[in-house]
Design a protein around this ligand. Structure first.
Ligand code: AMP
Length: 521
């Protein structure tokens, strides 16, 4: 206690002092050193302040993973403004809704997304300023140049804004699988501490070359990977959109040693045709999270990439990073998502809020400095997850802890299928269906059933050049799990609908089956 926390802006400054000439970011053919990034962040901060935006202002950022994204991130942190990272997958209507609800004062837009922004046909009265992000040239002598002459003309000295560690730092939007996005607001303090915790839990080092291959507008790439990489002084390789072939080429070119992914991306890497896995020879560690890893995929990954350590990371926007599993240290814990990250407390509660004993299944709750301040402008919603004065955050995930403190995630509470009164967890059924060698991916959800209320159904993507019929796959799954849990219907599909960060949109799958029943799902 009493120790000074190194906040986000200072994390970059310290790495820049230590490693000024080191490449911080490769972004296509462009790159930027830590020294240049540090100065550019000061110019953004000074520009924001001189344009009248400071603590209390809300700055939107609509950009794929680019050098400019990094500059705005650290610039906003130093100016004390609240940065709202916006999904590049929004429609114009969704974007307008978010800009209005989040009360954005000023907005940075990457040129590729100007057309999307210009497609908004409703007034945005609160928005006072829009800056585009022209690309910085690749020339090394221009590496310190920022994206707008307005910012170029600013001082590159630290802006000297005193930042209150408890104040709002960033807002990410979550809820792509359930409907209207919720604004998750986190403090400067929580993100500084979670970055330190991530460096420790993943063993990130200065000599790492890390691939940032999921969108930085989402918590995972931003706080659990990008900011920790800056803290460690690693070199980062940005991808603007995921393509496994391009990733293999980048890994080969830059000697990528570590990545954070969602399981689907790892599946792409080893399943798509024509990828030379020899190009991934330097990949020491692949962290995955955001969605469950199936045992079958893990087996295939370990066989295809024996030099790579696969580290599970469980977390959520509201709670930050929660657990990590370094599998080679704990070969008997492969079914779990690991132990709490440094500084994280976990418990399992029943529906009444009573703490359950070890081994019992209930809702995962957490208490730590990583958790959010709350949902933006929605105290009622905040109270549904931060229910009491005791500081526990209810994650909405169902799980259990073992004697050694390892957590197993059973499912999302809202995804549970109640089959004639018995709880069936879709994830267990998914694992059973995925055991079949012809199955590449599958998603299980509840559909209405006259007798049982609801029953499991599955949408399945088959591997190339394989075939199996619905009946045989249902019978196969019934050899893996109890018959009551087997899917009653299987639909073969080309692909599963996913959020930008790779989570299956189960609401979209469920919707057609339930829409005429008059029941809410
Ligand atoms: P988001 O806030 O969009 O990152 O979503 C967080 C949710 O994704 C969590 O509450 C979990 O339901 C799920 N999730 C995240 N990481 C994992 C993981 N490693 N294994 C299983 N589910 C996960």
């Amino acid at each position: 206690m009493g120790q000074t926390i190194q906040l986000t802006g200072e994390i970059l400054a310290q790495t820049a002092r230590r490693l000024p000439g080191k490449t911080a970011i490769h972004d296509g053919d462009r790159q930027m050193t830590y020294g240049a990034l540090d100065l550019a962040a000061n110019r953004v901060a000074n520009g924001l302040l001189s344009a009248g935006f400071g603590p209390g202002s809300r700055i939107g950022l609509l950009s794929p993973n680019t050098i400019e994204f990094a500059q705005v991130y650290f610039g906003s942190a130093r100016a004390g403004t609240l940065l709202v990272t916006l999904s590049t997958r929004y429609t114009a209507k969704e974007l307008a809704g978010v800009l209005t609800r989040a009360k954005i004062d000023a907005l940075f837009v990457h040129p590729d997304f100007m057309a999307l922004f210009n497609g908004i046909d409703t007034p945005l009265p609160g928005l006072r300023k829009v800056w585009t992000l022209p690309e910085i040239p690749a020339l090394p002598e221009k590496a310190g140049t920022t994206f707008d002459s307005f910012f170029d003309d600013q001082s590159d000295s630290p802006p000297g804004v005193a930042i209150d560690p408890a104040s709002a730092f960033c807002m990410t939007l979550t809820g792509g699988t359930t409907g209207i996005p919720k604004g998750v607001v986190v403090s400067h303090r929580s993100r500084a501490l979670s970055a330190a915790s991530a460096v420790e839990a993943y063993g990130l080092q200065e000599n790492d070359v890390t691939g940032i291959v999921t969108p930085m507008f989402h918590i995972a790439a931003l706080f659990v990977w990008f900011q920790p990489a800056v803290l460690a002084g690693a070199t980062m390789v940005f991808m603007q959109s995921w393509n496994p072939h391009e990733f293999a080429d980048l890994a080969d070119r830059h000697g990528i040693t570590a990545i954070t992914t969602v399981p689907t991306q790892l599946n792409d890497l080893i399943s798509r045709e024509g990828i030379d896995l020899g190009k991934l020879g330097t990949l020491r560690r692949a962290i995955h999270g955001g969605a469950p890893m199936t045992p079958d995929l893990l087996d295939r990954l370990t066989a295809a990439l024996p030099q790579t350590e696969f580290v599970d990371n469980y977390g959520q926007s509201e709670a930050g990073p929660l657990t990590a599993l370094r599998r080679h240290w704990f070969p008997d814990k492969l079914h779990t998502v690991g132990r709490p990250m440094p500084g994280v407390e976990l418990a399992i509660f029943d529906i009444e809020g009573r703490k359950l004993p070890i081994g019992e299944t209930g809702e995962v709750v957490t208490r730590s400095p990583h958790i959010m301040l709350g949902y933006d402008d929605n105290p009622e919603l905040t109270k549904t997850v931060l229910r009491g004065a005791d500081g526990w955050l209810w994650t909405g995930d169902i799980g259990k802890l073992d004697d050694d403190g390892f957590l197993t995630i059973v499912d999302r509470s809202k995804d549970i299928i109640i089959v004639g009164g018995e709880n069936v967890y879709p994830q267990e059924v998914e694992n059973a269906v995925c055991e079949h060698p012809s199955v590449l991916e599958c998603a299980v959800f509840g559909i209405p059933d006259e007798r049982l209320g609801e029953v499991p159904a599955a949408h399945v993507v088959l591997a190339d050049d394989t075939a199996i019929d619905e009946h045989d796959l249902i019978e196969f799954s019934a050899t893996q799990i109890s018959r009551q849990k087997r899917p009653r219907k299987i639909v073969f599909v080309e692909s599963l609908p996913k959020t930008p960060v790779g989570k299956v949109k189960k609401n979209e799958l469920r919707e057609p089956y339930w829409k005429d029943t008059g029941r809410t799902i």
